[in-house]
Design a protein around this ligand. Sequence first.
Ligand code: UDP
Length: 500
Amino acid sequence: MPEYVPVAETLLRGQMGSESHQLHIFFFPFMAPGHMIPMIDMAKLFAIRGCKSTLIATPNDEPTFLKSIAKPKDSGCDIDVVTVMLPLKEVGLPEDCDNMSKITTKEMRTQFMRAIMMLDQQLELLIEKHNPNCLISDVFFPWTTEIAAKCGIPRLVFHGSSAFSIAGLECVRLYEPHKKVSCDSEPFVIRNFPGEITLSRMQLPDFVRDETDVTKFYIKLKESVKRSFGVVMNSFYELEPAYADHYKTFRARRSWFVGPLSLCNKETEDKAYRGNQASIDQHECLKWLDSKQPNSVIYICFGSMANFNASQLHEIAVGLEASEQQFIWVVKKDPNVEEGKEEWLPDGYESRIRNKGLIIRGWAPQVLILDHEAIGGFVTHCGWNSTLEAVTAGVPMVTWPVAAEQFFNEKFVTQVLKIGIDIGVKQWVRLFGDSVKSERVEEAVKRVLVGEEAEEMRRRAKALAEMARGAVEEGGSSWSDLGALLQELRLHRSAQNKKI
Ligand code: UDP
């Protein structure tokens, strides 16, 4: 088992004698690709470091999970999947609505969250049956803190975001700078937060701007985080030292920075099997990229949730062609429309852009693409996974945030890391992006790929990518933070055993 040998863990076991038998961790991700993918990576990482990792999935997602963990499992890592059934019928949802990516309305979202809260008994039974030493569950599952406590194990929260955005959002809610401006578009500085970060009210999530049901849920999440054992972050200390410190000290959160999690995928296959089944053969994709010069291709993808209407997609198509740059563009597949006949596709587009552009309808092997030397820029919606994957690959970004905490991530990329240019989106919207004209797409794509500014951003991005790799290597900050966490969990287990 060449690359998965948990060297440090083996040594530690030798040193620690009977106290050090394998830790068993339960990993419970929220049912959405942007939450499941990093949690699967984390389960792999813990298994590589000698733990027994058990992932919890719904039956529909189980094959995706199994495919992602097949290679480490074959290499001898102790990693598996168990399932829970969402009570979809009970909440009035169709049977196939078992993932957030299939939820299209506000009402469905409420029903989906209700179904999730009804998983408490199933989780309790699974813990009783499998006897893990710790539960790492998504921040969206606040109720799991109580279940874990009832079962006598610690709960760690997985916050799939950066310290910058979590602490930034908390500061906005606490000091309310958005209530002291005269209009929605007037910029404000986040008070008591490092770096003079500016945002406008329009760029804040709806539940921060106004009191909604989600606001109450957000408060519940925060309280459950405070009562938990601590927080595991998909980030690394050197990327955001001021914000990591701010989060740990000023916001008083016990946290371990163990990312970038995507770096546990080393081989082509590991990278190609992250998340859904890719809509393009990985070898075909690599062959296409291999035929291009370094830093000459822009990659455009808006994650698993964000959507654009036909007129916005048309503007992107026109902007990309006008930029005269090479591109890979990932577009959501419409099952009701024949490929090539989409409303947004300009006449004769694909024959004109042949050799220059590749449109992937559906799911792309994103990390595989970003890691290729031909990729020189990434137009992204600034989901945290995508942002961190770009950092890890050393690729500058064009930021096009849509929802969630994506505007915070945009500010982090453009104002703090200075490895991106913003496309100029003004308005937070839940799913369908704000409209951007083709000329802005054309200009931003050119700016991030060619010229001095692009070179400067690329130099900075490459330096961060080096740091990211250093962080996860033996002795690096994330490697050590994970070691410290495992040690705390062992001590906690010993203390519990003594009590019994
Ligand atoms: N992703 C992918 N292929 C796609 C779209 C997304 O591999 O075609 C992956 C991407 O690499 C990232 C995750 O899905 O790991 C998306 O997470 P992110 O936080 O960026 O955005 P979200 O989907 O949660 O909005």
